[in-house]
Design a protein around this ligand. Structure first.
Ligand code: SF4
Ligand code: SF4
Length: 333
């Protein structure tokens, strides 16, 4: 078993303290256009906010939206951090091209049983909700890959036979992409649980005006871990029956979490109008409709952001960021 690292333990504590809700004024110059896009002065009344970019399904353009928002915000003078929480398949680095300055292992704390001390009472197995520790006769079996590191088994053990030891699940990398602070998680191949790595990515967010979280696709635990505590969630979808079905699931998720949200329809002139109809009839704000522009796809295939390759998209994403800022400000009251 790997040796317990003090840094991991201290990170575990600081993670619990990681609650960042610092909402104030508005961000971008409303007259921003493609010619003035390279604004250098920091705008007045800048707000600090954490926004998550999510989607019910993969391939809708989530990373396109996340990276382009980071790009326009940094070019407008905001301090920005981009967190790639899609730890099974992070791809924001392809577009932002960060210089990685630090890489370190991350994971969680799992139980290790001292057979000489154990009295085989079975209490650890009874409290474990994940079947990660099981007492069978005179043997206690531990399944680290199932463990959620709640610490319950060590707490209930009457003879202190359980210690917690660190288990590496992935890597945390930090660096710089131009003016953008860059953080990404990389889940080890074959690892079943990504939330512990996602938590580490979020805990590594620097203190900046704007934190952009690129969430994994879907609506399961990793997505919930990524978007929780966000000030606003952007749901990226495409106007197809599959896209609409997954958008509906994503809307249920963010409503259950009571998070403010809006929708971005990507490749909007593709497919049908059912997505727009669904949003209108369910009082869901459509923040922007991004056209089905072949040039965006071509830029994507070259690893370039739309704002970088096609300057006319700078104003579109700048307006999207202004609208999100306004939504956050209204929600914050
Ligand atoms: S730490 Fe929690 S999840 Fe892990 S084995 Fe113990 S009780 Fe189960
Ligand atoms: S709770 Fe402690 S003593 Fe009881 S079976 Fe588990 S490890 Fe052994």
């Amino acid at each position: 078993m790997p040796v317990l690292r003090a840094g991991w333990m201290s990170r575990r504590i600081s993670r619990c303290r990681y609650v960042r809700r610092n909402i104030c004024g508005l961000a971008l110059d409303p007259s921003l256009d493609s010619e003035r896009f390279q604004a250098t002065a920091k705008p007045e009344g800048i707000i600090s906010m954490k926004i998550a970019i999510a989607s019910g399904k993969g391939g809708t353009g989530k990373t396109t939206v996340a990276t382009n928002l980071a790009y326009v915000a940094s070019h407008n003078g905001q301090s920005v951090a981009y967190l790639d929480c899609d730890v099974e398949e992070p791809n924001g680095h392809i577009f932002l091209k960060p210089q990685i300055s630090q890489s370190k292992p991350v994971g969680n704390l799992v139980p290790e049983v001292d057979d000489d001390t154990c009295i085989h009472c079975g209490k650890c197995g009874e409290i474990c909700q994940d079947s990660a520790i099981v007492c069978v006769g005179e043997k206690v079996l531990v399944y680290p890959e199932l463990c959620h590191a709640c610490g319950g088994c060590a707490l209930v053990c009457p003879v202190d036979a359980i210690t917690e030891t660190a288990r590496e699940m992935g890597k945390l990398q930090t660096g710089q992409a131009g003016a953008i602070r860059f953080v990404q998680g990389l889940l080890n191949i074959g690892e079943a649980m990504s939330p512990p790595v996602i938590k580490e990515v979020k805990a590594a967010a620097p203190d900046v005006d704007l934190v952009i979280i690129d969430a994994p696709p879907g609506t399961s635990c990793p997505v919930i871990e990524s978007v929780r505590d966000s000030d606003f969630v952007v749901l990226v979808t495409e106007p197809t029956p599959f896209g609409l079905n997954d958008l509906q699931l994503a809307v249920e998720m963010v409503r259950a979490l009571k998070l403010p949200f809006g929708v971005v329809v990507n490749r909007a002139d593709l497919g049908d109008r059912q997505t727009r109809y669904y949003c209108d009839t369910n009082h869901i704000k459509v923040l922007v409709e991004i056209p089905d522009d072949r040039r965006i796809a071509e830029a994507y295939s070259r690893g370039e952001m739309a704002c970088e390759a096609l300057r006319q998209y700078g104003p579109l994403f700048a307006q999207l960021l202004r609208d999100i800022s306004e939504e956050v400000r209204v929600t914050a009251g």
